[in-house]
Design a protein around this ligand. Structure first.
Ligand code: HDE
Length: 685
């Protein structure tokens, strides 16, 4: 057993793992089976007999092996890891896993899209789920967040309406995993509180490059409570160590066809390769007495806390270091719930959060088939659990003893509730006082200021992407009225944005805007200010027989030393021979992969190589497409000649070329820098 297999959660899972290799086939009841390819028949051409218990068991199990997919976040992918806090957060919370830097808490994370079915593509435009289960010594704590810090609606009772609107339309079940249709935009136009999140969803945040390169947010305001009973409002952030990076829309759509598993493959392969994804945990804290100090309501889930006003304090790190053993057993059966808390973490009256506290257990009862889903291995806490709950479908615990009630004297009142000092969970004693009303607070009424803040914070390129995303989505909407309503609504965010969208979809340019002007911007919201790293970036080296071996080796060495991942792509699998007779193994062919699956392209020299590439139509379009997706594109010596013939302008940003092999060191370094940059937006294409 290696190191990452030694944490308490893993030891617990080990008890449930079964390795079937080298074993004889049996029925579920342990009887050895002599034949599993022929049903029992009355004569070899006769009918199958009822007596065939093996046939019946095999077929019945198969007939029942699907469970309902999640109503939202159906498509997801999980990984195991560990969390450690950097320094004790005792001052703010008594949560033990946040108090001791020595403690490594096992975690299971599930990333997901929201709208699509379980078999839909990974790279669709959508919010991404980022749900983390911390297996702490005080019980499971679930941080069930998204990669967007705000939500579409302010009250949970509207969630069924929102989801009915975004899911495929009921009469024809189209479109799959897409918000680009009438009912979604009709909902938006009639629920203006969605403006802020819609801006995020239309931005590059809606199409992440990788689960390893996106932020996570708890969205709601929670409470930290320390051992003196003092509380702070808290918002949670996950910050990826690789920075926040996105695809371009054309690329995202193509990947959905070329490799619908793009994000799960990326996560799986990184962990298999030992490139463990890392995210730092950050918290924003507001003192209880400062609740009303801001121009937004801290309970409103359509508002973020600008980092310039409330800085993010980085408090720990999560590392995902082990792939799951079985997707159904773990990713599919894991049951998250924002109500799974530990002492020191508490709720607020955010009406979206309050409703979620009901919905998750409710949905799991149907999805996982009864009230014992906490006994499924992936859901079991690593600390013991004891109570008087009994029976129900799929109960596996064998509770011994006569007593299953409280209070009792036959068993001295055990299991007994724990006092607060002994870790008993005591809800924060917030004073609440009010009339029963079906209303929303007036302090939730401002729907546009932060949508404007977001827009103002975008670079020019990011703004253009948002305009194009609106044009695409609304371009797919059939109702002219809905299109116009949406354009009118977003003129309240920015008249330029609304005007550009209107032009693209043939709507009227609105002449007025509501709401107060918002001049502020926030650096933290633009991806242009993110961290950059070449680690795990994939370079496609397009090469045929006769390539320049020395050049390829140099580039591969430089890239590998920085954690980037070069691959040889050629016309067929096997190996290719360089002009001086050296051989290299081919990783993929122009048929099996595509430029959209790589971060950069390099064409080495060698006359015969370049002639060969020219004849491969897919090789040429590989380069052209990488160029049009703003990626680093490089060529050396004879390779550079190819560029001018296929419309790649060597003077553009991120195009790296060299004529001489003697300058190779600096060429490789420049290429590495260009890859690290992620995309070269100021290309005139
Ligand atoms: Fe969820 N959400 N949600 N949600 N949500 C579910 O629970 C719900 C909301 C989020 O990987 C469901 O077990 C309501 C916000 C994630 O297993 C369901 C409301 C945020 C996941 C449910 C919200 C989320 C879910 C479906 C409005 C970001 C996937 C299956 C009040 C903070 C977890 C399930 C996983 C899943 C209800 C809003 C995140 C139906 C009623 C806001 C990441 O219970």
């Amino acid at each position: 057993m290696n190191d990452k297999r030694k944490n308490p959660k893993d030891q617990q899972l080990e008890e449930y793992r079964v390795d079937d290799s080298g074993k004889k086939l049996t029925t579920n009841h342990g009887l050895k089976v002599s034949d599993t390819e022929h049903s029992l028949k009355a004569g070899d051409r006769g009918p199958t007999l009822m007596e065939d218990f093996h046939f019946r068991e095999k077929m019945t199990h198969f007939d029942h092996e699907r469970i309902p997919e999640r109503i939202v976040h159906a498509r997801g992918y999980g990984a195991h890891g560990e969390f450690e806090v950097y320094e004790s957060m005792k001052e703010f919370t008594k949560a033990k896993f946040l108090n001791d830097p020595e403690v490594k808490t096992p975690v299971f994370v599930r990333f997901s899209t929201v709208a699509g079915s379980r078999g839909s593509g990974d790279t669709v435009r959508d919010a991404r789920g980022f749900a983390t289960k911390f297996y702490t010594e005080e019980g499971n704590y679930d941080l069930v967040g998204n990669n967007i810090p705000v939500f579409f609606i302010q009250d949970a009772i509207k969630f069924p309406d929102l989801i009915h609107a975004v899911k495929p339309e009921p009469h024809n079940e189209m479109p799959q995993a897409a918000s680009a249709h009438d009912t979604f935009w009709d909902f938006v136009a009639n629920n203006t509180e969605s403006a802020h999140m819609v801006m995020w969803a239309m931005s590059d945040r809606g199409i992440p490059r990788s689960y390893r390169m996106m932020e996570g947010f708890g969205v709601h305001t929670y409470r930290f409570v320390n051992d003196k009973g003092e509380a702070h409002f808290v918002k949670f952030h996950w910050k990826p160590k690789l920075g926040v990076h996105s695809l371009v829309w054309d690329e995202a759509q193509k990947i959905a066809g070329k490799d619908p598993d793009f994000h799960r493959r990326d996560l799986w392969e990184s962990i298999e390769n030992g490139d463990y994804p890392e995210y730092e945990l950050g918290v924003q804290l507001i003192k209880e007495e400062d609740e009303f100090k801001y121009d937004f309501d801290v309970l409103d889930p359509t508002k973020l806390w600008p980092e310039e006003l409330v800085p993010v304090k980085i408090i720990g790190k999560m590392t995902l270091n082990r792939n799951q053993d079985n997707v159904f057993a773990e990713t599919e059966q894991v049951a998250f719930h924002p109500g799974h808390v530990v002492p020191g973490i508490d709720f607020t009256n955010d009406p979206l959060l309050q409703g979620r506290l009901f919905s998750y257990t409710d949905t799991q009862l149907i999805r996982l088939g009864g009230p014992n889903f906490h006994e499924i291995p992936i859901n079991r806490p690593v600390c013991p659990f004891h109570n008087n709950q009994r029976d129900g479908y799929h109960r596996t615990t064998v509770n011994t003893g006569q007593v299953a009630y409280y209070q009792n004297s036959l068993q001295n009142n055990e299991p007994a509730p724990a006092a607060e000092e002994d870790g008993g969970y005591v809800h924060y004693q917030e004073k609440v006082d009010g009339n029963k009303v079906r209303k929303r607070s007036e302090s939730f009424e401002d729907h546009y200021s932060q949508a404007k803040l977001f827009w103002n914070s975008m670079s020019d390129v990011e703004q253009q992407h948002i305009i194009k995303a609106f044009r695409f989505e609304l371009g797919k909407v059939k109702s002219k009225e809905v299109q116009q309503q949406v354009v009118n609504m977003f003129s309240n965010v920015c008249t330029y944005l609304a005007g550009e969208v209107a032009k693209g979809i043939g709507a009227k340019v609105p002449d007025h805007a509501e709401g107060s002007p918002e001049e502020r911007s926030s650096q933290a919201l633009s991806q242009m200010n993110t961290m950059k790293s070449p680690a795990t970036r994939k370079l496609a080296i397009l090469a045929m027989d006769g390539f320049d071996y020395e050049a390829v080796q140099k580039v591969m060495d430089t890239l590998k030393a920085s954690g980037a991942m070069p691959e040889i792509i050629s016309g067929s699998l096997g190996s290719i021979k360089s002009k001086d007779g050296n051989e290299l193994d081919v990783d993929n062919t122009f048929l099996t992969v595509d430029s959209v699956l790589y971060d950069a392209v390099y064409v080495p020299g060698g006359k015969e190589n370049v002639e060969g590439l020219k004849k491969e139509r897919e090789a040429v379009s590989f380069i052209q497409e990488a160029y049009s997706h703003f990626k680093a594109v490089a060529a050396s010596t004879e390779g550079t000649e190819l560029f001018s013939t296929i419309g790649v302008d060597s003077n553009e940003a991120g195009i790296i070329t060299t004529d001489e092999n003697t300058k190779f060191d600096s060429f490789s370094e420049q290429l590495l820098e260009a890859i690290t940059e992620h995309r070269h937006w100021n290309r005139s294409i």
